[in-house]
Design a binder for this molecule. Structure first.
Ligand SMILES: [Zn+2]
Length: 191
């Protein structure tokens, strides 16, 4: 017997594989497709390669017809997967800037309030706002040169991150000194 309850032969590559290696298909034998997952993907890729324009046209019209739905889905996804989004952005930035990256989703913990400024952190995404809200969670590299690496990242508000950027403690102290002196003088001369 060539086929059992746990195994099936792929009609495309002819290899005997476990049932789990086939996509589910109710109309087929054993409730799975006749062709294995690997071959199904390869066949799909081949089709896309040979029908580039047709596929492009289909995706474009499908997107146009469901624009609102996609936009809503995208927003929902970003809202519910803020950690994933932060991770993806960090990965892209690390690649672009050539800095180390070894963090995983579990390394990203979004706090209720900003550990620097104490303001609440809102993790809901808003497409309507044209600027980045100060309360948006952002990933901070504690020591910028160490990149997005384990133990070197923390979620802080966009506002705090924007103020800090890549400044050193010395630079920030100088700014505070300058601001204090400046404001003291301004208020003394023009109260
Ligand atoms: Zn196969």
């Amino acid at each position: 017997m060539t086929e059992t309850n746990n195994y099936k032969i792929c009609t495309f590559c002819g290899i005997k594989k476990e049932i789990i290696d086939f996509y589910p298909s109710k109309s087929q034998k054993f409730g799975v497709a006749s062709c294995c997952r690997k071959c199904t993907i390869a066949k799909q890729r081949d089709y896309v390669k040979k029908n580039k324009e047709k596929v492009k046209k289909y995706h474009k019209s499908h997107y146009e017809l469901n624009k609102e739905k996609f936009s809503k889905l995208g927003k929902e996804y970003r809202d519910n997967n803020r950690e994933k989004m932060l991770l993806a952005w960090a990965k892209t930035r690390a690649k672009k800037e050539g800095i180390p990256f070894d963090i995983e989703e579990c390394d990203i913990v979004i706090p209720v309030s900003c550990p620097v400024l104490g303001m609440p952190i809102y993790s809901k995404y808003s497409k309507e706002r044209k600027f980045t809200p100060p309360n948006t969670p952002t990933l901070d590299k504690i020591v910028p040169e160490l990149g997005y690496t384990k133990g070197n990242v923390r979620v802080i508000s966009w506002r705090a991150n924007n103020l800090k950027r890549d400044a050193s403690i010395h630079e920030l102290k100088c700014i505070v000194k300058y601001m204090e002196e400046h404001f003291v003088r301004t208020y003394t001369i023009n109260p």
